[in-house]
Design a protein around this ligand. Sequence first.
Ligand SMILES: NC(=O)c1ccc[n+]([C@@H]2O[C@H](COP(=O)([O-])OP(=O)(O)OC[C@H]3O[C@@H](n4cnc5c(N)ncnc54)[C@H](O)[C@@H]3O)[C@@H](O)[C@H]2O)c1
Length: 336
Amino acid sequence: MKILVTGGAGYIGSTVCSALEDRGHTPVVLDSFVTGRREFARKRTLYEGDIGDRDLTSRIFEEHPTIECAIHCAALIVVPDSVARPYDYYVNNVSKSLELFRNLETNGCRRVVFSSSAAVYGNVQDFMVREDSSLGPSSPYARSKVMGESVLSDMCSATQLQGISLRYFNPIGADPAMRSGPHAADISHVLGKLVEVASGREPVFRITGAEWPTRDGTGIRDYIHIWDLASAHVSAVERFDDAFDTASTGDSHLVINLGTGRGVTVNELVAAFEKEIGRTIPKQEAPPRPGDVAGVYANADVAMRLIGWKAELTIEQAISDALKWNQVRTSMLGDQ
Ligand SMILES: NC(=O)c1ccc[n+]([C@@H]2O[C@H](COP(=O)([O-])OP(=O)(O)OC[C@H]3O[C@@H](n4cnc5c(N)ncnc54)[C@H](O)[C@@H]3O)[C@@H](O)[C@H]2O)c1
């Protein structure tokens, strides 16, 4: 199958492209490189440009009339940046997505898979969220994802489009074959920080928030290996039509959590990391950062039921792949 992947030069999009290729599919990448990496799009059919560019989208479909599905990963994704630049985030993630959805429909591409996020959920008492749990996005970035889902859902109701919004929990690790991995120069996610401390580039790991109402007081997340996440996209495109038949809700937009179904606290992640590297690392407790939340983890039953997918890889495997990626990252991407 030929599949348009927007944001295919990013961390997740490029790994999705590798997973698609490994299953015999052909990704066509559309990326502006606003944050993505040329190294990740090499050897793939690539269109450099903006998702909101109508002429470019039409050209892609003229040149690849057999594209059957679009996976829309392109977005700006940094939460504090979204607080400082809400206009840019809403234009890029909402308005341009709307343009893209319309242009997909105009060009006869009926199937859309949308990268959404667990950041759309509000706090829940037992930390586990289902797709129908209440929403409570706490940043412009998270609100742009809620709006992106709404825009897609409304377009699906009014047109021939059908959409699946995949709510990603906390992707970690790298492609086990080391074709891609986290690339941002400013490492903000927890496993990246642990790797920085273990390799001596950061002096100490700060456990931000140790008084949450969790089993050990530290925040809880659902860490999912990036390769599992990428494989879920392959399942979503391969079983796209079946998913709607199975859901049999009559809706033309589905929402699916992509998580492991297991909550892991920051302390537990640190312990697993230390076990993997065979030593302890310097760490200290610190107050929560503005906007931090206790966290959530996924109920992942709908993913199994609708697209036959569940996470297979362990947190230890993700840590090991993150450490390997740390070795190859500089030679692939330079010092940035
Ligand atoms: N990384 C996470 O932890 C996480 C969690 C939940 C959801 N998501 C979602 O997954 C998707 C991919 O995230 P990522 O981590 O790979 O980020 P990333 O920054 O690595 O990739 C985003 C890609 O989109 C491209 N892009 C952005 N705006 C564009 C535009 N207007 N036109 C064309 N290309 C554009 C960038 O150049 C980049 O290659 C995003 O939609 C994000 O919201 C990510």
